[in-house]
Design a protein around this ligand. Structure first.
Ligand code: HEM
Length: 191
């Protein structure tokens, strides 16, 4: 076992590992979603781009479930189900943890409506999807404020790399923003 991990409960190590991989997956969801919207306008077929966006979201949620479930069995600082799901109820750094909880609750409706939606539910999906954008800054603040390793050099590298990817996606999206809404209107949702 590496020296740095000696004496650290396995669950706490896994909570951190799943947290960081979940943040990376969420970052990929946002960066790719923005880039895919721009690519679509340049004539790329949407199906594969959307498939990857959805698949990454499912991956991020899976890692997030693991991140949260591990808190139930952690020997260092166990959480109850309520403390995990209700913002500010956490027994440890409640504000920092609440940022993650709110981010989680912003992702779930968009994911669910994305699975369920037919044409009629599209309007609800668009609203939930709009709200889900706020999950990334909240999750990033949660990472920085709750993370034991957040400001270590390797973690800062991850944070800076991920933020650069999202900013790159935003710039690509901003370049063709108005035309995108027009195109989506024409396609009745464009999926
Ligand atoms: C989108 C949602 C979330 C993401 C992306 C996320 C990601 C992360 C990351 C990256 C860390 C820092 C790991 C480290 O550097 O040590 C972390 C820590 C933590 N997260 Fe989350 N998290 C999310 C939601 C939640 C939720 C809903 C809870 C449960 C209440 C939670 C509880 C915690 C706790 C207790 C820590 C501290 C672990 C440590 O000491 O590092 N997170 N999270």
């Amino acid at each position: 076992m590496p020296e740095a991990l000696e004496g650290v409960p396995w669950s706490w190590t896994l909570i951190r590992a799943t947290g960081i991989t979940a943040w990376c997956a969420l970052t990929a969801v946002v960066a790719w979603g923005l880039a895919a919207a721009a690519l679509r306008l340049r004539g790329a077929p949407p199906a594969r781009a959307v498939w990857l966006h959805r698949w990454l979201t499912t991956l991020a949620l899976g890692l997030l479930f693991a991140h949260m479930a591990l808190l139930l069995v952690d020997s260092f600082q166990p959480f109850s189900v309520v403390e995990i799901l209700v913002p500010l109820a956490a027994p440890w750094r409640p504000f920092a943890v609440a940022l993650g909880t709110v981010a989680f609750w912003l992702i779930v409706p968009a994911w669910l409506l994305g699975r369920l939606r037919g044409r009629r539910r599209y309007r609800w999906f668009k609203r939930a999807h709009g709200l889900a954008y706020a999950a990334w800054p909240l999750a990033t603040a949660h990472y920085v404020l709750a993370g034991t390793d957040a400001v270590t050099p390797w973690s800062l590298g991850i944070l800076i790399g991920g933020t650069a990817a999202v900013v790159g996606g935003l710039l690509a999206r901003a370049r063709c923003g108005p035309r995108l809404h027009h195109a989506e209107g024409r396609q009745g949702g464009g999926k």
